[in-house]
Write a protein that binds this ligand. Sequence first.
Ligand SMILES: [Zn+2]
Length: 462
Amino acid sequence: MLRAFLLLISISAIMSTYDSSSLSSPETKRENLTWSKTISAEDCQSQNLKLLVPFYEGIEITDPQVMFRKLKTHHIDLMYPGTLSMPFFAWQCESSQNTWNYVAVRNFQNSVSLLSLKWQETAEGDGAFVTSLACKGNCSFFEGRSQQSFSQLKNPLRQEWSLKSPFEPLSKHFDRLHFYVHEWITNDPNNRLQMNWSIPDLVSLMQKDTDSENKAIHFVWGLFPGNADLGGVPFFNPESTRKAREILAANPRRAHLAWLNLRTNKFSIPALGLEVPEEQRLLSAAKLHRSGLKEQDQYTFRWVEMCTGAKAWQEFRLEQFERLVDLGFKVIQLDEFPLSYTWGDEPCFAEDHDHKPGSSHAEWQAAQSLLRRIAERAKEHGVFLTTEEPSMVTLPYTSGYIDRIANDEPDIYGFWTSTGKVRPVPLFSSIFGDVVTPYSDIDPERDLPEGWLKMTKRYPEQ
Ligand SMILES: [Zn+2]
């Protein structure tokens, strides 16, 4: 019986005089909207409640009360664009015969959204699940229901989210990815760089010409130290450039992939004593968090988080993009994009960037101008763009994305799965897999959802 699950859905609209520092015309009336819903135990017992959240590919949560208790929190915020790949949320109660109820933001390109998931305890030890979806910008919501599996949501959502892309999915041209390691940095102080594939061996391998190999994307890791695009300096030193040219020139029929990081500026590889001079670090284009700049160690390098809405950083990234195209890379992975390092709403407060300070909405509008410019150049050069992790915001510009749902240890989902109440589900790919081709990380033993490209690590002895 569907009875009390049909709850009050409160939609509150707050008119706002939004600062038009972004790309839209000043006449556009902007709105901030919040949709919210409370599901109490009377409506649906927590153990019968299922939530579908587009966290990266997607997660399905059962029994949110227990999940929140195990996470030792009552409140989680997820931002779109960011960790939330679609501005969308769905829920169902077991007694509702597997009907998914959903709400989504219609204008997925020109607004930012924040999904809040909360558990409110009562004095009696009972509680209610409270969720809200807020959007900023010129936005509106749509709601609906769909029976059976979450994959059945594709049709109603796609009808509302009209989508046009001048780019074809990777799967029209490729059927696999091969991953090779040239050099990597070790912990051994006497032997910092170790080699897997030598350059002559890679050249010889690429020269072998078979039709099946030419349907593969090839990615050689470690052409530059630690695979870090260290402010563009080591990669474009004569040695790294020579290596890349030799491998790519060995067989022009083969498509090679390169990464272009968009969010971090790696400025040091301590193990190799490599460091970009302070004056070349573009610190004025770094993201200014409320707490200041964010610097961090990751693997073998140190980075500072940059603002994708700062012109100086955008120009630097475009310059690197052109260099990669000039070297002959056919697939360029926009690395660290559209991911952010925080899950919630954490805008940049810098006052001299090309966005209003403290406004995630304005920051994303500015970031999209970089995406548009890269996409225009990619189209001109016949280059495929892919991204790290899925996001609707990049759909009009890209051909594929890497996702780690099929990994042995999908650490992106570890926060959730540690509760025993959450499972990763291929939600994004079930809705958009025909538009952008998902590809897995390096784990050939795992079964992949239909339509995904498999990335395989290749060793010299094979
Ligand atoms: Zn900024």
